[in-house]
Design a protein around this ligand. Structure first.
Ligand code: BEZ
Length: 238
């Protein structure tokens, strides 16, 4: 039989969809998703399995950056197809024994969902059977305060995520919403932003004439947006 034949078809939520709803048991108590997170950004991410090295390095990194994400009004929620007691034992082991890249004594305070039944993983297309039929791939869903999926990134089992990129995405999504702009390749706060395409000949001309907008041609226009303005809007006041 060919690979792919007679495989169960799993749903794959898409950008712009409402985040599929679920109730789950986590290491921080029960959650009702996404309604418990209304009004906040949330990153829902899956990892293949507890007690595995790449996942351990990822959890230590995410936990170390949790305050940074919190400051950006973003909660973290993890998931793997393991049970609650495995999760608890793994997170305790990380705190008590694992030292990695200067991180040690790392406490994971964000919820880690138990998903032995794979119900949640299947709803979110986290099981990709040609990669592995019983382990979730490294999926990352960025969900906005209204519960809408705004960005999805998938990584295979062998590739640990880039957490600077995940943080960049959460800031860029919020900056785009707050300032009605788009963000160009490799954008970081302080870089120029993109003005969306002109919708009429009149607006194409207006933007070419606007001294605050730098148009190389009518369809490629940028403007300055300084770092402080972005961060003042996106980051919570301390
Ligand atoms: C890991 O996290 O180290 C891992 C998990 C599943 C497959 C390969 C690596």
């Amino acid at each position: 039989m060919e690979q792919n034949q007679e495989q169960e078809v799993f749903s794959m939520p898409r950008i712009g969809d409402a985040a599929p709803e679920f109730k789950a048991v986590t290491t921080q108590g029960d959650i009702n998703f996404p309604s418990d997170y209304k009004g906040e950004w949330v990153i829902l991410f899956s990892h293949p399995a507890d007690f595995t090295p790449v996942c351990t390095s990822e959890f230590m990194t995410f936990a170390t950056m949790a305050d940074q994400f919190e400051e950006a009004n973003c909660k973290l929620v993890g998931l793997s197809i393991d049970g609650l007691y495995s999760h608890i034992a793994w997170l305790r082991t990380i705190k008590e024994k694992i030292e990695y890249k200067g991180m040690k004594d790392v406490e994971v305070n964000f919820p880690l969902i138990e998903d032995i039944t794979m119900d949640v993983a299947k709803k979110y297309g986290m099981i990709q059977p040609n990669e592995d039929s019983t382990k979730a791939v490294r999926a990352v869903f960025f969900i906005d305060p209204k519960g809408i999926i705004r960005t999805i990134i998938y990584y295979p089992l062998s590739l640990g995520r880039n957490f600077d990129e995940l943080y960049r995405v959460i800031i860029a999504l919020q900056a785009a919403d707050e300032f009605g702009v788009a963000t160009p390749a490799d954008w970081r706060p302080g870089d120029d932003v993109i003005i969306g395409p002109a919708g009429s000949c009149g607006s194409a001309k207006d933007r070419m004439d606007d001294s605050e907008i730098n148009c190389q041609d009518w369809f490629f226009c940028t403007k300055k947006l300084d770092k402080k303005t972005v961060l003042d809007k996106v980051l919570k006041k301390k």
